[in-house]
Ligand binder design. Structure first.
Ligand code: ADP
Length: 321
């Protein structure tokens, strides 16, 4: 193309129909045109993958939200007592009930453990409480039905520390500030201390500026959970839900986490979700036993521990049975 443009241009130059600067322009134009066209074959090769991605993104964008926000949300007053009555939840319109008539009281300041085997409905309970899934029956928070609350207000009142907290591809400071965008470094370091993260932060090459998350430094399971606890402390919610906080961790990590959990529980209502209480038993007042989507009994922690000890002595009997 360049040679052709040059030849045609030279002929035109000789005939006097083209000025010398225009000839340069003509040759450069031929080169520049190819720069624009060169990536097209690769774009064509990737078209299939791009379309498939677009379909998935649009399908997601078109999915109706499972929970409809109220047009006029209730003012968020009235304390943080939580009452559940005949709560039912299922994931598909004709599927089995994951929660099948749960009654539960969490007055302000009460620390309650919900224990039960895998599949009992503990995570579904958390999903209903945080307004992520629609449900039947009633949940009231501060005397107002949860459906009248805006989802964000509910989640500002009920913070969940997940078993596998998500760390964003960002600095530790940004990951913690998610809970409270205006938090100062002083506040962040204070909650990091309460969550037993002081040594971890000190060991990081760039302290709070260290990149954690997907492409950042490796964060162990125990550290990620303590970061999640620090996040929850920064959000300062009246109700804290801890989902299997010590599950899958070694004894040393559990001891550190125990201190962080104890600090996080100070001055709030707590729902501790676990399939095995272990050392955390000392931190809760009562235990609700869950099985097949229902609370089958709710007793003081000592009574529960006595029964577990008795059933351990008689292995054939289990609490759920
Ligand atoms: P737990 O937390 O006690 O292990 P879950 O709440 O996760 O119990 O599960 C309760 C029931 O709901 C189980 O039968 C489970 O298979 C079902 N379930 C949980 N999550 C989903 C989901 N996203 N879609 C369909 N069924 C689900």
């Amino acid at each position: 193309s360049v040679v052709c443009a040059l030849l045609i241009g030279l002929m035109a130059l000789r005939e006097g129909t083209l000025a010398a600067p225009d000839l340069t322009l003509l040759v450069l134009l031929a080169l520049a045109a190819f720069e624009a066209i060169a990536p097209l074959p690769e774009a064509w090769a990737q078209l299939g993958a791009t379309l498939a991605c677009a379909h998935r993104v649009f399908a997601l964008a078109d999915t109706p939200a499972p929970v409809v926000e109220p047009l006029m949300p209730s003012p968020t007053v009235g304390g943080a007592a939580l009452f559940l009555r005949q709560l039912r939840l299922r994931y598909h319109p004709k599927g089995p009930w994951a929660l099948d008539g749960v009654d539960l009281d969490l007055p302000q300041g009460r620390r309650l453990a919900v224990v039960g085997p895998s599949g009992a409905g503990k995570s579904s309970l958390v999903g209903a409480l945080t307004r992520l899934y629609p449900y039947q029956g009633s949940i009231t928070l501060g005397g107002t039905p949860l459906q009248a609350w805006h989802g964000d207000d509910v989640r500002a009142h009920i913070a969940v520390v997940e078993q596998q907290p998500y760390l964003f591809d960002a600095s530790l400071r940004e990951n913690l500030r998610l809970a409270c965008p205006d938090a100062t470094d002083e506040q962040i370091l204070r909650v990091a201390g309460l969550a037993q993260l002081q040594d971890y932060v000190a060991s990081l090459p760039q302290g709070l500026d260290t990149w954690v998350g997907e492409n950042g430094v490796r964060v162990s399971g125990g550290e990620a959970r303590r970061i999640a606890i620090a996040r929850a402390l920064l959000a300062n919610p009246p109700i804290l839900v801890l989902d299997e906080p010590t599950e899958g961790l070694d004894a040393g990590t559990v001891a550190q986490l125990y201190k962080a959990v104890a600090a996080a529980m100070q001055g709030r209502s707590v729902l501790l979700i676990t399939h095995r209480l272990g050392a955390l038993a000392t931190l809760v007042d009562d235990v609700a036993v869950m099985a097949q989507g229902r609370i089958v009994e709710c007793v003081a922690t000592e009574t529960y521990l006595d029964r577990v000890a008795a059933s351990d002595a008689r292995p054939a009997l289990t609490l759920a049975s």
